[in-house]
Ligand binder design. Structure first.
Ligand code: UDP
Length: 384
């Protein structure tokens, strides 16, 4: 089949695109063309084995699958089993390791006290900033909840490194992403289901895209062959929304990550999959050690691999996180107004929706587009 023969074209083989390609191929039963700019499938979920050590790692940063959405869970389990990994994060402050997000162990260790859960509230009342009654930004929110010492140790510099802006310019809602716990619970997520695909993320994508009706073209830029795609094709576009419209209103800004890999001559470097480095003394924000994501696997005992994570803004061609500024929201609204006028085009995914989706959000969104966008479109076209 030639490119111009396909009635269903999916741009991007990340989670948003792969789920929709799977739904269309298996439920509509029509050929689907998937165009992938990179040399691999899976988008930023892509995982691969390190050549030297055989340790599987997530090339675009540690991805933990977690959801409480039964529909999403039942859907994804058709394509993978999950191991029993539970995400716990540690934070390194002045050479000492603390549990993170802040819980009772963090507070006791940090202040050298031995509080009981029911004593935390009274203690925190003494360290909080009582003058902030209506916190208007990230910093004020932090000071009003945990006080200056914990804020400066664990949040301030991490946030500056991560967002490269003054924390007083960030919304208080970003601080709310993290819980503050008065007990010893140290799970990062509270979802009903959690884990890492037992055979890795890339295998999940191979399974999603396994149907013979799906044809994936790697190293293929949609914009280079856009003219050859049928004008009436159902197009699923999961790339950046501003790029789709040739940046006509201007560019949305993105936060990007850079990873520096190192192989070390020991079995275990840090004893955990992720350790945060919230201090100003190092430029990276965290260190990932992927062997810990698969406690069920036997890896080499001689070596381990680690990845130092650095945050960048608008550099390279690898957008990760939308930046929630008023200007970006204004641009996004302009692009979205254009997008709704294209009945057979669905712009989606983290890049298309310009939303900070976790993986389970992306799956839910793709299932929703299939049911409430693609299927009605087919019905409407048949009716004509
Ligand atoms: N944060 C921090 N110190 C940390 C971890 C997170 O200050 O050790 C801040 C940072 O500003 C981050 C926010 O808390 O953007 C929310 O954390 P989350 O883990 O949700 O961050 P993300 O998923 O964006 O990396």
């Amino acid at each position: 089949m030639d490119i111009s023969d396909y009635s269903y074209v999916v741009v991007g083989s990340g989670l948003a695109g792969a789920v929709l390609a799977e739904r269309i191929a298996t439920k509509v039963g029509k050929p689907v063309l998937v165009l992938e700019k990179r040399g691999h499938i899976g988008g930023n979920c892509y995982s691969t084995n390190d050549r030297e050590t055989g340790i599987e790692y997530h090339a675009y940063g540690t991805h933990i699958f977690h959801t409480s959405d039964e529909k999403v869970w039942n859907y994804i389990r058709q394509f993978t089993t999950f191991n029993n990994y539970q995400h716990r994060v540690l934070s390194s402050h002045q050479g000492k390791i603390y549990q993170f997000p802040i819980n009772l162990e963090t507070i006791n260790h940090f202040y050298g006290v031995n509080l009981k859960p029911f004593e935390v509230e009274g203690f925190m009342a003494g360290v909080r900033d009582p003058s902030i009654t209506e916190p208007a930004n990230f910093e004020e929110k932090a000071l009003s909840l945990i006080g200056r010492d914990l804020y400066e140790a664990f949040f301030k510099h991490y946030t500056i490194k991560q967002w490269q802006v003054d924390p007083r310019t960030l919304p208080a809602s970003i601080f709310n992403r993290l819980p503050f716990r008065k007990n010893y619970v140290d799970n990062y997520f509270f979802d009903k289901w959690q884990g890492i695909p037992e055979k890795g993320y890339t295998r999940v994508f191979e399974n999603l895209l396994a149907d013979k009706k799906i044809r994936v073209l790697l190293n293929t830029d949609f914009f280079a062959l856009r003219d050859r795609i049928r004008k009436d094709a159902c197009l699923i576009y999961s790339g950046p929304i501003d790029r789709y419209f040739d940046y006509k209103y201007g560019k949305l800004s993105w936060r990007t990550l850079r990873f520096e890999q190192e192989t070390l001559p020991m079995e275990d470097y840090q004893g955990n999959s992720v350790v945060n480095y919230p201090g100003a003394e190092v430029r990276y924000t965290r260190i990932h050690e992927p062997r810990h994501l698969h406690p069920e696997r036997e890896f080499t005992r001689d070596k381990t691999i680690i990845f130092r994570e650095y945050s960048l803004h608008d550099q390279g061609d690898n957008p990760y996180y939308p930046i929630a500024s008023a200007e970006n929201q204004r641009l996004l609204a302009l692009y979205q107004q254009e997008a709704v006028r294209l009945p057979n085009v669905f712009i989606t995914g983290r890049l298309g929706d310009y939303k900070y989706y976790d993986m389970h959000h992306t799956i839910a969104r793709s299932l929703e587009i299939f049911e409430n966008g693609v299927l009605p479109l087919i019905t409407a076209n048949h009716a004509v």
